[in-house]
Design a protein around this ligand. Structure first.
Ligand code: ATP
Ligand code: MG
Length: 141
């Protein structure tokens, strides 16, 4: 297995509900290392560009409205098989269908307010990390 990097976002609902620590603890317990992190609030343009792949979907405006509703915590994660490992710890998109113990099962409210984002493939992970972080901000360890 290869050492990979992936992007994780603690979404506005989970920041608002004070679940940053609980979520990062689950990521670290799974062996993922946080190599960069910052809190910021997305503009509608930034949120739309980040979720550009979903622009034609019926939930796109709801997604942009939600992602801009408050601050988020973005992190770059590193570790063995990090992309799939993060998706496993996150759980299914709909918290009602997420396996017990996963982040979305524990901290998600519904399919929109589902606590976290995680990159879904190597190419999106690279692009999404570059969306938020300069290479010089990544502290590989
Ligand atoms: P993410 O990309 O945020 O990590 P995901 O990869 O599990 O989530 P996607 O299919 O990429 O799921 O959907 C992106 C986001 O759009 C979801 O996390 C969710 O917040 C929102 N979303 C997806 N499907 C719906 C839906 N049917 N109704 C409302 N929001 C949705
Ligand atoms: Mg996705």
């Amino acid at each position: 297995m290869a050492i990979e990097r992936t992007l994780s976002i603690v979404k506005p609902s989970a920041v608002k509900d004070n679940h940053i620590g609980g979520i990062l603890a689950k990521l670290e317990a799974a062996g993922l290392r946080i190599i960069a992190a910052k809190m910021l609030r997305l503009t509608p343009t930034q949120a739309g560009n980040f979720y550009d792949v979903h622009r034609a979907r019926p939930f796109f405006q709801e997604l942009v409205d939600f992602m801009t509703s408050g601050p988020i915590l973005v992190q770059a994660l590193e570790g063995e098989n990090a992309i799939a490992k993060n998706r496993d710890v996150m759980g299914a998109t709909d918290p009602a269908k997420a396996a017990p113990g996963t982040i979305r099962a524990e901290f998600g409210n519904n399919i929109s307010e589902n606590a976290v984002h995680g990159s879904d493939a190597a190419d999106t992970a690279t692009a999404e990390i570059a969306f938020f972080f300069a290479t010089s901000e990544l502290c590989s360890r």
